[in-house]
Design a protein around this ligand. Sequence first.
Ligand SMILES: NC(=O)c1ccc[n+]([C@@H]2O[C@H](COP(=O)([O-])OP(=O)(O)OC[C@H]3O[C@@H](n4cnc5c(N)ncnc54)[C@H](OP(=O)(O)O)[C@@H]3O)[C@@H](O)[C@H]2O)c1
Length: 218
Amino acid sequence: MPSVIIIGANRGIGLGFAKLFSKYDNWNIYATTRNVQATGELGNISENISIYKLDVVKPVDVSNLAKEFENKNIDLIIHNAGVYGHNMTRAEVMEVNSLAPFKVIDSLMPSLLRGDQKKIAILTSQMGARNGGKTPTGVYGASKAALNDQYRIVELEWRKRGISSLVFHPGWVKTDMGGSSAPVEIKESVIGMYSVLEELCLENSGRFMDWRGMELSW
Ligand SMILES: NC(=O)c1ccc[n+]([C@@H]2O[C@H](COP(=O)([O-])OP(=O)(O)OC[C@H]3O[C@@H](n4cnc5c(N)ncnc54)[C@H](OP(=O)(O)O)[C@@H]3O)[C@@H](O)[C@H]2O)c1
Protein backbone atom coordinates (compact mmCIF):
# COMPACT_ATOMS: atom_id res chain seq x y z
CA MET A 1 0.00 0.00 0.00
CA PRO A 2 1.69 3.28 -1.04
CA SER A 3 1.72 6.15 1.46
CA VAL A 4 1.29 9.85 0.90
CA ILE A 5 1.88 12.60 3.45
CA ILE A 6 0.03 15.87 2.88
CA ILE A 7 1.50 18.81 4.76
CA GLY A 8 -1.25 21.33 5.63
CA ALA A 9 -4.32 19.21 4.95
CA ASN A 10 -7.09 20.70 7.10
CA ARG A 11 -8.60 23.04 4.49
CA GLY A 12 -8.30 24.30 0.93
CA ILE A 13 -6.16 22.44 -1.58
CA GLY A 14 -4.55 20.23 1.10
CA LEU A 15 -7.97 18.99 2.23
CA GLY A 16 -8.87 18.48 -1.44
CA PHE A 17 -5.83 16.23 -1.85
CA ALA A 18 -6.74 14.26 1.29
CA LYS A 19 -10.26 13.68 -0.05
CA LEU A 20 -8.95 12.65 -3.46
CA PHE A 21 -6.39 10.17 -2.13
CA SER A 22 -9.05 8.68 0.17
CA LYS A 23 -11.10 7.78 -2.93
CA TYR A 24 -8.21 5.65 -4.14
CA ASP A 25 -8.33 2.89 -1.56
CA ASN A 26 -4.82 1.73 -2.32
CA TRP A 27 -3.36 4.84 -0.62
CA ASN A 28 -2.42 5.10 3.00
CA ILE A 29 -2.83 8.78 3.92
CA TYR A 30 -0.86 10.76 6.48
CA ALA A 31 -2.12 14.30 6.92
CA THR A 32 -0.82 17.18 9.00
CA THR A 33 -2.61 20.10 10.58
CA ARG A 34 -1.66 22.80 13.04
CA ASN A 35 -4.62 22.04 15.29
CA VAL A 36 -5.27 18.36 15.94
CA GLN A 37 -8.04 19.27 18.38
CA ALA A 38 -10.15 20.68 15.55
CA THR A 39 -9.56 18.51 12.51
CA GLY A 40 -13.04 19.22 11.12
CA GLU A 41 -13.73 17.59 7.78
CA LEU A 42 -10.25 16.06 7.61
CA GLY A 43 -10.97 13.82 10.61
CA ASN A 44 -14.09 12.40 8.97
CA ILE A 45 -12.81 11.62 5.49
CA SER A 46 -11.78 8.01 5.88
CA GLU A 47 -10.36 5.38 8.21
CA ASN A 48 -7.23 5.33 6.08
CA ILE A 49 -6.09 8.72 7.36
CA SER A 50 -3.70 9.30 10.23
CA ILE A 51 -3.45 12.90 11.40
CA TYR A 52 -0.35 14.54 12.89
CA LYS A 53 0.26 17.94 14.43
CA LEU A 54 2.60 20.18 12.49
CA ASP A 55 3.17 23.89 12.43
CA VAL A 56 5.83 24.02 9.74
CA VAL A 57 7.70 26.87 11.42
CA LYS A 58 7.91 25.19 14.84
CA PRO A 59 11.14 23.16 15.10
CA VAL A 60 9.70 21.02 17.90
CA ASP A 61 6.75 20.02 15.69
CA VAL A 62 9.08 19.20 12.80
CA SER A 63 11.29 16.99 14.94
CA ASN A 64 8.29 15.29 16.60
CA LEU A 65 6.87 14.50 13.18
CA ALA A 66 10.20 13.01 12.09
CA LYS A 67 10.18 10.79 15.19
CA GLU A 68 6.65 9.59 14.35
CA PHE A 69 7.96 8.48 10.96
CA GLU A 70 11.13 6.72 12.12
CA ASN A 71 9.56 3.37 11.31
CA LYS A 72 7.15 4.38 8.55
CA ASN A 73 7.83 4.58 4.84
CA ILE A 74 6.54 7.41 2.65
CA ASP A 75 6.13 7.18 -1.12
CA LEU A 76 4.99 10.71 -1.82
CA ILE A 77 5.36 14.00 0.08
CA ILE A 78 2.99 16.82 -0.88
CA HIS A 79 4.08 20.03 0.79
CA ASN A 80 0.99 22.20 0.46
CA ALA A 81 1.07 24.53 3.50
CA GLY A 82 1.49 28.16 2.58
CA VAL A 83 0.32 31.67 3.48
CA TYR A 84 -0.55 34.73 1.46
CA GLY A 85 0.82 36.83 4.29
CA HIS A 86 -1.99 39.08 5.49
CA ASN A 87 -0.90 40.65 8.79
CA MET A 88 2.44 38.87 8.67
CA THR A 89 5.94 40.28 8.36
CA ARG A 90 8.09 39.60 5.32
CA ALA A 91 10.32 37.38 7.48
CA GLU A 92 7.34 35.32 8.68
CA VAL A 93 6.03 34.81 5.14
CA MET A 94 9.48 33.76 3.91
CA GLU A 95 9.79 31.37 6.84
CA VAL A 96 6.53 29.57 5.98
CA ASN A 97 6.64 29.65 2.18
CA SER A 98 10.33 29.57 1.30
CA LEU A 99 12.23 27.86 4.12
CA ALA A 100 9.84 25.51 5.92
CA PRO A 101 9.13 23.23 2.94
CA PHE A 102 12.78 22.15 2.82
CA LYS A 103 13.08 21.74 6.59
CA VAL A 104 9.96 19.57 6.69
CA ILE A 105 11.01 17.52 3.66
CA ASP A 106 14.54 17.04 5.05
CA SER A 107 13.10 15.77 8.31
CA LEU A 108 11.03 13.15 6.44
CA MET A 109 13.83 12.19 4.05
CA PRO A 110 14.76 8.85 5.70
CA SER A 111 11.14 7.69 5.38
CA LEU A 112 10.93 8.85 1.77
CA LEU A 113 14.17 7.10 0.84
CA ARG A 114 12.73 3.84 2.23
CA GLY A 115 9.57 4.27 0.14
CA ASP A 116 9.14 2.68 -3.28
CA GLN A 117 8.07 5.75 -5.28
CA LYS A 118 10.30 8.48 -3.78
CA LYS A 119 8.27 11.46 -5.04
CA ILE A 120 7.97 15.06 -3.79
CA ALA A 121 5.55 17.81 -4.85
CA ILE A 122 5.67 21.35 -3.43
CA LEU A 123 2.90 23.89 -3.92
CA THR A 124 4.29 27.12 -5.28
CA SER A 125 2.58 29.82 -7.38
CA GLN A 126 2.85 31.42 -10.75
CA MET A 127 3.07 34.70 -8.81
CA GLY A 128 6.64 33.65 -8.00
CA ALA A 129 7.60 33.27 -11.66
CA ARG A 130 9.73 35.71 -13.60
CA ASN A 131 8.47 34.46 -16.94
CA GLY A 132 7.54 36.89 -19.66
CA GLY A 133 9.79 39.52 -18.11
CA LYS A 134 7.43 39.86 -15.13
CA THR A 135 8.82 40.17 -11.65
CA PRO A 136 7.35 38.23 -8.74
CA THR A 137 4.39 40.01 -7.19
CA GLY A 138 4.59 41.34 -3.60
CA VAL A 139 5.88 39.50 -0.55
CA TYR A 140 3.91 36.41 -1.49
CA GLY A 141 5.43 36.32 -4.99
CA ALA A 142 8.91 36.95 -3.61
CA SER A 143 8.49 34.09 -1.15
CA LYS A 144 7.41 31.68 -3.87
CA ALA A 145 10.25 32.88 -6.14
CA ALA A 146 12.67 32.07 -3.29
CA LEU A 147 11.00 28.67 -2.91
CA ASN A 148 11.43 28.01 -6.64
CA ASP A 149 15.09 29.06 -6.59
CA GLN A 150 15.89 26.86 -3.63
CA TYR A 151 13.95 23.98 -5.17
CA ARG A 152 15.97 24.13 -8.38
CA ILE A 153 19.17 23.76 -6.36
CA VAL A 154 18.13 20.92 -4.05
CA GLU A 155 16.29 19.05 -6.78
CA LEU A 156 19.60 18.10 -8.37
CA GLU A 157 20.69 16.50 -5.09
CA TRP A 158 17.35 14.80 -4.65
CA ARG A 159 17.49 13.33 -8.14
CA LYS A 160 20.93 11.83 -7.43
CA ARG A 161 19.28 10.05 -4.50
CA GLY A 162 16.57 8.57 -6.73
CA ILE A 163 13.89 11.13 -5.84
CA SER A 164 11.68 12.61 -8.55
CA SER A 165 10.01 15.91 -7.76
CA LEU A 166 8.25 18.99 -9.09
CA VAL A 167 6.70 22.26 -7.97
CA PHE A 168 3.05 22.99 -8.76
CA HIS A 169 1.08 26.08 -9.60
CA PRO A 170 -2.36 24.72 -8.64
CA GLY A 171 -4.29 27.32 -10.64
CA TRP A 172 -6.21 30.23 -9.17
CA VAL A 173 -8.30 28.07 -6.88
CA LYS A 174 -11.46 28.74 -4.91
CA THR A 175 -10.12 28.49 -1.35
CA ASP A 176 -9.72 30.86 1.59
CA MET A 177 -6.54 32.08 -0.08
CA GLY A 178 -7.81 32.16 -3.66
CA GLY A 179 -11.16 33.74 -2.76
CA SER A 180 -14.66 33.06 -4.03
CA SER A 181 -14.13 34.56 -7.49
CA ALA A 182 -11.31 32.16 -8.36
CA PRO A 183 -12.18 30.23 -11.54
CA VAL A 184 -10.77 26.81 -10.58
CA GLU A 185 -12.57 24.45 -8.18
CA ILE A 186 -10.46 22.58 -5.62
CA LYS A 187 -11.55 19.23 -7.04
CA GLU A 188 -10.50 20.18 -10.57
CA SER A 189 -7.11 21.40 -9.35
CA VAL A 190 -6.25 18.32 -7.28
CA ILE A 191 -7.50 15.83 -9.90
CA GLY A 192 -5.27 17.57 -12.44
CA MET A 193 -2.24 17.55 -10.15
CA TYR A 194 -2.85 13.88 -9.28
CA SER A 195 -2.59 13.01 -12.99
CA VAL A 196 0.69 14.92 -13.26
CA LEU A 197 2.02 13.08 -10.21
CA GLU A 198 1.17 9.71 -11.75
CA GLU A 199 3.51 10.54 -14.65
CA LEU A 200 6.29 11.98 -12.44
CA CYS A 201 9.56 10.07 -12.76
CA LEU A 202 13.30 10.73 -12.65
CA GLU A 203 13.37 11.55 -16.37
CA ASN A 204 10.90 14.46 -16.06
CA SER A 205 11.86 15.55 -12.53
CA GLY A 206 12.66 19.19 -11.77
CA ARG A 207 9.83 20.98 -13.57
CA PHE A 208 7.40 23.79 -12.69
CA MET A 209 4.00 22.41 -13.64
CA ASP A 210 0.45 23.66 -13.48
CA TRP A 211 -2.64 21.66 -12.55
CA ARG A 212 -3.46 20.99 -16.19
CA GLY A 213 -0.09 19.33 -16.82
CA MET A 214 1.38 22.35 -18.61
CA GLU A 215 5.01 23.11 -17.95
CA LEU A 216 5.61 26.72 -16.82
CA SER A 217 8.76 28.75 -17.17
CA TRP A 218 10.54 29.93 -14.07
N1 LIG B 1 -5.65 29.13 -3.93
C1 LIG B 1 -4.91 29.57 -4.92
O1 LIG B 1 -5.44 30.22 -5.87
C2 LIG B 1 -3.44 29.29 -4.98
C3 LIG B 1 -2.73 29.73 -6.11
C4 LIG B 1 -1.37 29.47 -6.21
C5 LIG B 1 -0.73 28.76 -5.20
N2 LIG B 1 -1.43 28.36 -4.09
C6 LIG B 1 -0.68 27.62 -3.05
O2 LIG B 1 -1.34 26.40 -2.76
C7 LIG B 1 -1.15 26.05 -1.37
C8 LIG B 1 -2.50 25.83 -0.69
O3 LIG B 1 -3.25 27.03 -0.84
P1 LIG B 1 -4.79 27.14 -0.43
O4 LIG B 1 -5.41 28.01 -1.43
O5 LIG B 1 -5.37 25.82 -0.11
O6 LIG B 1 -4.62 28.01 0.92
P2 LIG B 1 -5.53 28.11 2.23
O7 LIG B 1 -6.93 27.76 1.92
O8 LIG B 1 -5.23 29.44 2.82
O9 LIG B 1 -4.90 26.95 3.16
C9 LIG B 1 -3.56 27.07 3.57
C10 LIG B 1 -3.15 25.81 4.29
O10 LIG B 1 -1.79 25.98 4.73
C11 LIG B 1 -1.76 25.74 6.15
N3 LIG B 1 -0.73 26.51 6.81
C12 LIG B 1 -0.48 27.84 6.76
N4 LIG B 1 0.54 28.17 7.56
C13 LIG B 1 0.96 27.02 8.15
C14 LIG B 1 1.96 26.70 9.09
N5 LIG B 1 2.76 27.62 9.63
N6 LIG B 1 2.11 25.40 9.45
C15 LIG B 1 1.31 24.45 8.93
N7 LIG B 1 0.33 24.68 8.06
C16 LIG B 1 0.15 25.96 7.67
C17 LIG B 1 -3.15 26.16 6.64
O11 LIG B 1 -3.38 25.65 7.93
P3 LIG B 1 -4.29 26.50 9.00
O12 LIG B 1 -5.71 26.15 8.71
O13 LIG B 1 -3.80 26.01 10.32
O14 LIG B 1 -4.01 27.97 8.78
C18 LIG B 1 -4.00 25.54 5.53
O15 LIG B 1 -4.13 24.16 5.74
C19 LIG B 1 -0.34 27.20 -0.75
O16 LIG B 1 1.03 26.87 -0.72
C20 LIG B 1 -0.59 28.35 -1.72
O17 LIG B 1 0.45 29.30 -1.71
C21 LIG B 1 -2.76 28.61 -3.97
